[in-house]
Design a protein around this ligand. Sequence first.
Ligand code: ZN
Length: 69
Amino acid sequence: MFQKIKKIINELIQINNLKTRNKVTNSKIKICPSCTSKLEPLNEQLEWLMPQKYLCKKCNYLGTAYFEQ
Ligand SMILES: [Zn+2]
């Protein structure tokens, strides 16, 4: 009985490891189209309502267009 639980916990840990690994590989860095520095996502909680906007703190660019690195 306990061994079964151990096995399930180990499987859950492995699934979590896979998830975090996928997250890391899927997250590409968004680059500002006007000065090529890193963009900050804006209004993340409204992502499902409108296209995600990005803000550049260096040149104050704000928009939905970006480059991916
Ligand atoms: Zn910029």
